[in-house]
Ligand binder design. Structure first.
Ligand SMILES: [Cu+2]
Length: 126
């Protein structure tokens, strides 16, 4: 076991020496602050992803990652699995339908920056 630990430590050292950190932006659809949090958390859950910053207005995710240890495609797949179209990976209808009402970017136009906007459908006649 001790030998194994040494090998692992050497491997980790080599990996860190060879780290190739790049920054790339991907188109990711989202709608509100909760989407932003979920998208960023999904990306940050990957080893090799050093930073993930979602821009709601720009509908884009800025990813800072180590090319050697993570493939952005896998990150996009994980985000799409949450229901958000990510890069070239489209969320399945099944995943999309699991989103909260407020996150349904396919039905709602624009982004939900303000709590109350437009207000259509909010008033009903009595
Ligand atoms: Cu949302």
């Amino acid at each position: 076991m001790k030998k194994f630990a040494v090998i692992m430590a050497m491997l980790a050292f080599c990996v860190s020496m060879n780290a190739k950190v790049v920054e790339k932006t991907f188109t990711v659809r989202g709608h509100c602050g909760m989407c932003k949090m979920r998208i960023e958390n999904a990306a940050k859950g990957f080893e090799g992803v050093e930073a993930a910053e979602y821009d709601l207005k720009g509908q884009s995710l800025k990813l800072t990652y180590d090319k050697k240890s993570v493939s952005p495609k896998d990150v996009m797949k994980a985000i799409a699995a949450l229901g958000y179209d990510a890069g070239k990976v489209k969320a399945t209808d099944e995943a999309y339908n699991k989103l909260e009402e407020c996150c349904r970017y396919r039905e709602i136009k624009g982004i939900n920056d303000h709590a109350h906007e437009g207000g259509h459908g909010m008033h009903h006649a009595e």
